[in-house]
Write a protein that binds this ligand. Structure first.
Ligand SMILES: Cc1ncc(COP(=O)(O)O)c(C=O)c1O
Length: 366
């Protein structure tokens, strides 16, 4: 049985008439960059996240860059980020001109709150936790440190649409939350997309100005802005998908519970620690195995679309070599880099498919 890591075609087949009609409407009205479909989506996405404002952007990376710019973070500043995340988190900090300062993650694979205080310097201007794999970072201690030092928290929610921490949703806890709608994300566009969410009106206003060339009125560029607008077609697709996201999240949670029941206690397979006060949305179902690269090869040979998130922690990426980090600096992130294996997960995955994945995994590690 061939099982993909992510199955976007089955999802589209289930919502095709609605998507096609919404996209056609954009084509007919001609509002391709921002426009009514984007505005309608923003109106649905803000309450879903439990915030007042949502602004669509061209990607999750641009959402992060805009959030940092709106908080006036730039050259000479430092932003604390976890060493295990997708490169975009740290890249956005570098785009703003600030310096990413890495801290290790813990067994939940999110920022280790106990390591944050030691990384703070007089130049620290924000803390940027990542809700990796769909589980929220331990936000309360992170928010407390930020408050003590009078700095904002920017949440990277690219993998955590609808995830909850003590009943609060991803994106609603810090000063600002940044989402990606890359096609494979839990809420995915049919192209690139992202959003910045916040309760602070001045941040929302600035993000809206900066995403559209820094324009305060037509051809008046008061700020050096960007072409970071969400496309109308993507707004239409996302607007339709908002009607399904809660149902899809529940299906992912059922799939994850099923995997965890099948894998708990299997020798040689480690699972991500789930904090008791977290309700993850399972963007990625990660396990830990020795000889991971061989396991990947064997499972691929069985037709199982496994992935790795991520083989090289960000502090070890060549593009950040000048920051001077070295192997051993962040042992948990480095262990995840060596052992993490992502199993196929999507709302439509069946128990029979999960049985095949688990069987292939057990065979590969035997
Ligand atoms: C944790 C994290 N941050 C940021 C991003 C960047 O999002 P995008 O690819 O939409 O720019 C991603 C997406 O892959 C991500 O997983």
């Amino acid at each position: 049985m061939s099982i993909p890591l992510v199955d976007l075609r089955t999802q589209y087949a289930g919502i095709k008439p609605e998507i096609d009609a919404a996209v056609l409407k954009v084509l007919e009205t001609g509002a391709f960059a921002l426009g009514p479909a984007v505005a309608e989506f923003e109106k649905k996405f803000a309450p879903y996240c439990g915030v007042k404002f949502a602004a669509g952007t061209s990607s999750g990376t641009s959402a992060l860059h805009l959030a940092l710019r709106a908080l006036d973070i730039g050259p000479g500043d430092e932003v604390i980020v976890p060493a295990m995340t997708f490169v975009a988190t740290a890249a956005a900090v570098a785009y703003s001109g600030a310096k990413p300062v890495f801290v290790d993650v813990d067994n939940t694979c999110t920022m280790d709150a106990a390591k944050v205080e030691a990384a703070i310097t007089p130049r620290t201007k924000a803390i940027l936790p990542v809700h990796l794999y769909g589980q929220c970072a331990d936000m309360d201690p992170i928010l407390a440190i930020a408050e003590k030092h009078g700095i904002p928290v920017v949440e990277d929610c690219a993998q955590a649409h609808g995830a909850e921490y003590k009943g609060r949703r991803a994106g609603s806890m810090g000063s600002v939350g940044c989402f990606s709608f890359y096609p494979g994300k839990n809420l995915g566009a049919y192209g690139e997309g992202g959003a910045v969410v916040t309760n602070r009106e001045e941040i929302d206003k600035m993000v809206r100005v900066l995403r559209d060339w820094g324009c305060t009125q037509r051809y008046h560029h008061d700020y050096l802005g960007y072409n970071y607008r969400l496309e109308g077609v993507q707004g239409a697709v996302l607007g339709v998908k908002m009607g399904y996201i809660e149902k899809w999240t529940e299906a992912r949670r059922r799939a994850a519970a099923c995997y965890r029941a099948k894998l708990t206690g299997v020798p040689g397979v480690g699972l991500v620690e789930i904090a008791p006060d977290c309700e993850p949305v399972w963007h990625i179902f990660a396990v830990f195995v020795a000889n991971r690269d061989q396991v990947v090869e064997k499972m691929h040979a069985d037709g199982i679309g496994v992935g790795i998130h991520y083989p090289i922690p960000v502090h070890m990426q060549k593009c950040f070599a000048e920051l001077g980090y070295k192997p051993g600096d962040f042992p948990v992130a480095e262990r995840i880099g060596k052992e993490e294996l992502s199993l196929p997960i999507y709302p439509e995955i069946t128990e029979a498919q999960m049985d095949s994945v688990v069987e292939s995994l057990k065979k590969a590690i035997a």
